[in-house]
Each structure stands twice: as structure tokens, then as C-alpha cells.
Design a protein around this ligand. Structure first.
Ligand code: PLP
Length: 388
């Protein structure tokens, strides 16, 4: 059976060149970058090379890059780090309703510690209104954290405009660029951010390694305390193979970006086309301001999980924001925030394409999907029995 992986927003396969680059750092060049002997210095050189690769990709200085264990840590480090560091200045943080859990749960935790959190509403496309950010800023505001692009519906937020506002008000801006890196321009100066998170496994690098960009002069306390690695900002022995892999993945993402985006867009639009031909099905997120690889739809009267499982049984791997899919019993907070009813949100489906997706894959989806949906609608206990 054909297997078609359409869940690149969840994770990606490592690029073969990334695997090659990492290989020797496991058992051959296994030094600790903090050791002063040759084995150590060789590892240190590799880490510093990766740092330069990342800095270049973000138009940052290598000294502004710290390596972390992934997107979740970068988000935590940015938000808690600024919160604890600026407690003397204020206790107010602004975010949006549709952030990743790594941001929302961090804010929830800080709220219990006495911080005030403002959750900005989004419009039906999932867009944050920059004027709302401006209005929400008070003299107690220490941080605004708004994602660059949403991981479920793919909507791209107006970070440049928000950056301008934050700069004028003297408030730090953090953005979670985990989904956008590799597809969108993530020049930290154009975006106007003080802090930015990325994660290697979302762009063909290894799992468990990420980056937090921290603009020079930004006041931030570390999450961890220990040795002096990463300028005391993130102690712990470096994950050398992971960092080398991340560096390589960054380099490839920059070199191949135009080509990747062109291909993703083409394949993604073909998937959207499949759904456009179906009744009682609609696209979520912004029609244009969306990630080039993201298609997110609601298929009325069907359970997302049933679709997911049935598609999986014919080899097609997708995601859903329906309730029972995740570990929580709630439907996706993102879908509820853009005004989708609980009932409709159960029929949500996310298909995200990537480097290895082919035209034949999409042909196969075009062949299987309508059948799967028709069969499920026939059995659907939800609402009307439609199979026109
Ligand atoms: C995947 C993801 C994260 C978490 O990154 P990990 O490296 O898996 O911890 C954070 N934010 C967004 C938007 C993501 O898509």
C-alpha cells in the first residue's frame, strides 16, 4: 500500500545531508565542547559553525543565538526569562488566544505566580489585529508574545507591524517561528523581535534541538542553572550531533527555501482543490496569509478521528484538531477562537505537505479522500445524512 505522509507540521524526516553531517559526532568526534583538548575543541568548532549558520539565516549576530532542546524550551525560556528578569518593571504579558501550548501553558503558569496575562482575540482567519496590541500595552507591560505562523490553520501573523508598535512602546516582542522558519522570511530585524524560537525537527533537522534568538541587550534570566555554557544563558553539555544537524538543516532551508515554497504551494493548492469540489466542506485560516504547506479544513457531519483513522488505513497520514485526537477532551482552542462551533470543530482535518510529497501522492489523496468521506457520512450519526 502507498503511504502518504501529510503531517509535516507535526514533524519532518531528517534531510539525508543532515544525517550525514551528524553521524561522526556520535562516536568519532565525541568531545565535550567545554574541554580544552583537541577532541573538545573540534566539537566546539562544530557548535560554533552551526551558530554562525543560524545567525546568518536570522540576520543576527552569533552571540545572540542560544541552543536549546527545542521549540517548547525556547518558548519557555523566552517568556519566563523575560518575566522573571523584568519583575521590577512590570507584571503584564500580552499574547493571543491561538498560540501553541508551549506559550499558552507558560503564560498560565506565570499567571499563578502573579503575572497578568492579556489574551488577544483573533478574527475569523486567526489574525491578530496590531491595533489591539497597541491598545493592550500598559506601563506594566513587559512582553508581547505572538506566533509568526499558526501550527494548525497556518495563518501568518503581522509580526512586522506588531514589532514596530512594541519598539515604539519600549516593550519586548517574542515570536514563536517554529512553523514559519524555512518557509517565511525570519530576518529578526525586519520582524522587529527581541526573541524568536525555532525547532530543528520542523525543518528536516533532528528532534530535541532548537534555538532561542535573544537580541543583544535584552534582559533575560536563564531557566537552568549549572555550568557556564551558552554564556550562562543555557548551561548543560551541548547536544553536539543535534546542534550540528540543526546547523545543516538551517543551511539547507535557506538554500532551498524558494524551491521548497514553490513546490509546497503547488501541492497544497491541489489539496485545497480536492476539498473545494466537495459539499459541506470549507477551508480554515487566511486564504493568502497562510503557510505555503498548510491546508486545514472542516468536513461537516464527520468526526476528525474517524477520518484520520480511515485515511490511515489506506496509508494517508493527516492530523485533526478534533477533541478525542489529542490528549485533552477539548476541541482545538485555535478553532474555537476563530469562531468555529464545537460541533464543526470535530470535523477538522489538517494536511501539511513537505519536501518528500509528490504529485502522485496528491493524486492518491484525490482518489481516496472523497470515498472515505462519503463512507463516513453515510454512517454519520451527526446531523443530516448527506451524500449527494
Ligand atoms: C512544534 C511546535 C512547538 C514545539 O516545538 P518542539 O521542538 O516540538 O518542542 C512550538 N511551537 C510551534 C508553533 C510548533 O509548531
Amino acid at each position: 500500500m502507498r503511504r502518504v505522509y501529510l503531517d509535516y507540521a507535526a514533524t519532518t524526516p531528517m534531510h539525508p545531508q543532515v544525517v550525514d553531517a551528524m553521524h561522526s559526532f556520535y562516536s568519532e568526534h565525541y568531545g565535550n565542547p567545554s574541554s580544552l583538548h583537541s577532541m573538545g575543541q573540534q566539537a566546539k568548532d562544530a557548535v560554533e559553525k552551526a551558530r554562525v549558520q543560524v545567525a546568518k539565516a536570522l540576520s543576527a549576530d552569533p552571540a545572540e543565538i542560544i541552543f536549546t532542546s527545542g521549540g517548547t524550551e525556547s518558548d519557555n525560556a523566552a517568556i519566563k526569562g523575560v518575566a522573571y528578569s523584568l519583575q521590577d518593571k512590570g507584571n503584564h504579558i500580552i499574547t493571543s488566544r491561538i498560540e501553541h501550548h508551549a506559550v499558552l501553558e507558560t503564560c498560565r503558569f506565570l499567571k499563578k505566580q502573579g503575572f497578568e496575562i492579556t489574551y488577544l482575540e483573533v478574527d475569523k482567519y486567526g489574525l491578530v489585529e496590531p491595533d489591539d496590541v497597541k491598545r493592550a500595552i500598559t506601563n506594566k507591560t513587559i512582553l508581547v508574545t505572538i506566533m509568526h505562523a499558526n501550527n494548525e490553520i497556518g495563518t501568518i501573523e503581522p509580526i512586522e507591524e506588531i514589532g514596530e508598535i512594541c519598539k515604539n512602546k519600549g516593550v519586548y516582542l517574542h515570536t514563536d517561528a517554529v512553523q514559519s522558519f524555512g518557509s517565511l522570511d525570519t530576518d529578526v530585524n525586519k520582524l522587529g523581535v527581541n526573541l524568536l524560537s525555532i525547532s530543528a525537527h520542523k525543518f528536516y533537522g533532528p528532534k530535541g534541538v532548537g534555538v532561542l534568538y535573544i537580541r543583544k541587550g535584552t534582559r533575560i534570566l536563564p531557566l537552568f542553572h549549572g555550568g557556564g555554557q551558552e554564556n550562562h544563558k543555557r548551561p548543560s553539555t551541548h547536544n553536539v550531533p543535534g546542534i550540528v544537524g540543526l546547523g545543516k538543516a538551517v543551511q539547507l532551508a535557506v538554500a532551498e527555501r524558494e524551491e521548497r515554497v514553490r513546490r509546497y504551494t503547488e501541492l497544497r493548492d491541489r489539496i485545497i482543490g480536492i476539498f473545494e469540489g466537495m459539499e459541506h466542506t470549507w477551508l480554515n485560516g487566511h486564504p493568502e496569509k497562510r503557510l505555503p504547506n498548510n491546508c486545514h479544513v472542516i468536513v461537516e457531519y464527520i468526526e476528525g478521528e474517524s477520518m484520520l483513522l480511515k485515511l490511515d488505513s489506506v496509508g494517508i497520514e493527516v492530523a485533526t484538531g478534533s477533541a478525542c485526537s489529542s490528549s485533552s477532551l477539548e476541541p482545538s482552542h485555535v478553532l474555537l477562537s476563530i469562531g468555529i462551533s464545537r460541533e464543526d470543530s470535530h470535523g477538522s482535518l489538517r494536511l501539511t505537505v513537505g519536501r518528500l510529497t509528490t504529485e502522485q501522492d496528491i493524486d492518491y489523496v484525490a482518489e481516496q479522500l472523497p470515498q472515505v468521506i462519503e463512507e463516513l457520512r453515510k454512517m454519520s450519526p451527526m446531523g443530516k445524512n448527506r451524500n449527494t
